[in-house]
Design a protein around this ligand. Structure first.
Ligand code: FNR
Length: 188
């Protein structure tokens, strides 16, 4: 059996009690053996500034190394004002530069948006996909994942309280595992 694929999860919310972080931890627990999921933190990244491209701050160096070490990326994010939260957009920009040295290029990816609102972060999901097209990240198409009405999705202990969502997440992860297998850059 080949070794598991390393997947970096980027969580679009920085808050301590984030529902999206709870979802990311749930996904880590549910992942099939072929996927090794871990959160790549984005909260320490400075706001992108082209001036420091030649000599980037240490958190930027660390983040880009973490991204380079990942075989695939999974975005788990809320929607802010019908778009991508600023910390996540910042991480995307940081990883994309200097020009010609994007850490995103060719890495297979997937997007899950989650919101207490009814439409499950649809706007953020598709704004994010717009950037990922440009960054040459092949993004899983189906199943789409807009998880709405998420205010009661987790117990106070952070455990998933809904069996149908668990079944959906397992199906999503299976599809993502196949997607990664099909699209991961091959070693020569
Ligand atoms: C929100 N929220 C929100 N929800 C939504 O469904 N669509 C939206 O456009 C927005 N916009 C928005 C803007 C800002 C600045 C904040 C702080 C919040 C609500 C948001 O979905 C909710 O706070 C989630 O719980 C945030 O995700 P985490 O932090 O729980 O992971």
């Amino acid at each position: 059996m080949s070794s598991p694929c390393n997947v970096a999860i980027l969580v679009g919310s920085l808050r301590k009690d984030s529902l999206n972080r709870k979802l990311a931890l749930t996904l880590i627990a549910l992942a099939p053996p072929s996927l090794r999921l871990s959160i790549l933190e984005i909260g320490d990244l400075p706001l992108y500034n082209q001036d420091w491209e030649a000599d980037p701050p240490q958190p930027v160096v660390d983040f880009k190394q973490g991204l380079a070490a990942a075989d695939a990326v999974l975005f788990v994010t809320p929607e802010y004002n019908r778009s991508v939260p600023a910390p996540l957009k910042n991480a995307i920009d940081v990883g994309s530069r200097p020009y010609g040295q994007s850490a995103w290029n060719g890495k297979p990816g997937a997007v899950i948006t989650l919101s207490p609102g009814a439409i499950g972060g649809f706007g953020a999901n598709h704004h994010l996909r717009q950037s990922l097209v440009f960054l040459n990240v092949p993004v899983l198409q189906q199943p789409e994942a807009y998880i709405g009405n998420a205010g009661s999705l987790f117990t106070p202990q952070g455990e998933l309280a809904n069996d149908s969502t668990r079944a959906f997440l397992e199906k999503f992860l299976q599809a993502f595992a196949q997607w990664v297998d099909r699209n991961a850059p091959r070693q020569a």
